[in-house]
Design a protein around this ligand. Structure first.
Ligand code: NDP
Length: 434
């Protein structure tokens, strides 16, 4: 905290990991000699730069751009790019730190990184988005590459933005090696990549439910967000017979007691991806409740899947969920639950999966996209989906191995952190003092 003051999100992420790995760490006196904790708390390097671009009125605009390369002990830096007005170094450092342990859990050879800009894509024209992406990559391109650092999407960065960034990267780097994941299918993208984070989260949830013999069918689920992760979470839940009653965006949430069905979800896909509209319009279309400025956690549900952003579920929200009988929380977003909320879930011993484990499906299929680019072949949707399922199963197994408690329940926070940390720690020690 002394070294990095004013970085609350970063402190929060680091404290969460350190508080759960203590016992495992103390079993290995050699970790101390290698000063692993301090080395892991300081990213390998951080690039920050000015992004200058021209808006549609001909006015020159500036934004900040960043890339945090956190740790590459087990593979090239890998992690998304976020475009959101709230982006700052504290947020990107927390995301890159989390990414290192998440990527370690995926079983694939990927290190951790994250980048982004305080550029606000809302209300921008398509040409403004393109000019911004090109300007951003004009600086970023010299720091990334297929074997060094492979960015992807995140909040505010989907297929369109990745396409524009990759196009510019390719031109500057004079190569066609796929140094971005989440690309279009026509130029090296992988089937199931858009679906991967949401589907993966549901696959992880199913594994957790299995440990208590609970069937997903008929269960009531609250989901937050209405972007990439939320949309495919809802798609998979509907296909399994669950009833999803909420979705949200940064303005508020909708509550549909009849459940969002396939036709209504199709409307959301069009509303959000084609027209870039607001979730409020769903309530107008289907005549259901809309709560301006609200979050969905006060609505009665069996399962909650926060899929919007960090710290969107606090202690009061957690208590409201528990009071309403919620028995499982599986995080699609990164660090959506505050430390107080996590404490509530752990105390209540419900099935609680931190994002690091539950949302690792996205980066896993990004890893599979890198493999397909390397061998210059495309796998079928069935093949990628089968691999995704297997990876989520393996992540769950690792969480159980390291997180099993004396009373037989699983602390998935501890399990994910210890499993992720162990692999990175061993790789760092084996590679010497760097
Ligand atoms: P999108 O930009 O596609 O969607 C984000 C959604 O969250 C939108 O509905 C957005 O609403 C809402 N949101 C964003 N910021 C806030 C805020 N401050 N308060 C309330 N709502 C907000 O992003 P993704 O779906 O890709 O990402 C969602 C989460 O999942 C993030 O935490 C991301 O880091 C995480 N994640 C994403 C992965 C991926 O593969 N995309 C992989 C792993 C994790 P609005 O439209 O109003 O901004």
């Amino acid at each position: 905290k002394r070294r990095f003051p004013n970085e609350p999100e970063y402190h929060q992420a680091v404290e969460e990991v350190l508080s759960t790995i203590e016992d495992a760490y103390n079993e290995h006196p050699e970790f101390d000699r290698y000063n692993l904790i301090e080395r892991l708390c300081i990213p390998d390097r951080i690039f920050s730069f000015r992004v200058t671009w021209l808006d549609d009125k001909g006015k020159v605009q500036t934004n900040m751009g960043y890339r945090v390369q956190h740790n590459n002990a087990i593979g090239p830096y890998k992690g998304g790019i976020r475009f959101h007005s709230s982006v700052n170094l504290s947020i990107l450092k927390f995301l890159a730190f989390e990414q290192t342990f998440k990527n370690s859990l995926t079983t694939l050879p990927m290190g951790g990184g994250k980048g982004g800009s305080d550029f606000n894509p809302k209300g921008k024209s398509d040409t403004e988005i393109m000019r911004f992406c090109q300007a951003f990559v004009t600086e970023l391109w010299r720091h990334i590459g297929p074997e060094t650092d492979v960015p992807a999407g995140d909040i505010g960065v989907g297929g369109r933005e990745v396409g524009y960034m990759y196009g510019m990267y390719k031109k500057l780097a004079r190569e066609n090696t796929g140094t971005f994941t989440g690309k279009g299918l026509e130029f090296g993208g992988s089937l199931i990549r858009p679906e991967a984070t949401g589907y993966g989260n549901v696959y992880f949830l199913l594994e957790m439910l299995k440990t208590r013999n609970i069937d997903i069918k008929g269960k009531v689920v609250t989901v937050s967000g209405s972007g990439n992760v939320a949309q495919y979470t809802v798609e998979k839940l509907i296909s399994l017979g669950a009833k999803v009653v909420t979705m949200s965006d940064s303005n508020g949430y909708i509550y549909d007691p009849d459940g969002i069905d396939e036709a209504k979800l199709k409307y959301i896909f069009e509303l959000k991806n084609l027209y870039r509209g607001r979730i409020k319009e769903y309530a107008e279309q289907y005549g259901c409740k809309y709560v301006e400025g609200g979050r969905p956690w006060g609505e009665k549900c069996d399962i909650a899947m926060p899929s919007a952003t960090q710290n969107e579920l606090d202690g009061d929200d957690a208590r409201a969920l528990l009071a309403n009988g919620c028995f499982a929380v599986s995080e699609g977003a990164n660090m959506p639950s505050t430390p107080e909320a996590i404490d509530e879930f752990l105390k209540a011993k419900i099935l609680y999966a931190p994002g690091k484990a539950a949302n690792a499906g996205g980066v896993s299929v990004s890893g599979l996209e890198m493999t397909q680019n390397s061998i210059k072949l495309n796998w079928t949707a069935e093949e990628v989906d089968a691999r995704l399922k297997q990876i989520m199963f393996d992540i769950h197994t690792q969480c159980v191995r390291y997180g099993k408690q004396e009373d037989g329940t699983v602390n998935y926070v501890k399990g994910a952190n210890v499993a992720g940390f162990m692999k990175v720690a061993k790789a760092m020690m084996a590679q010497g003092v760097l």
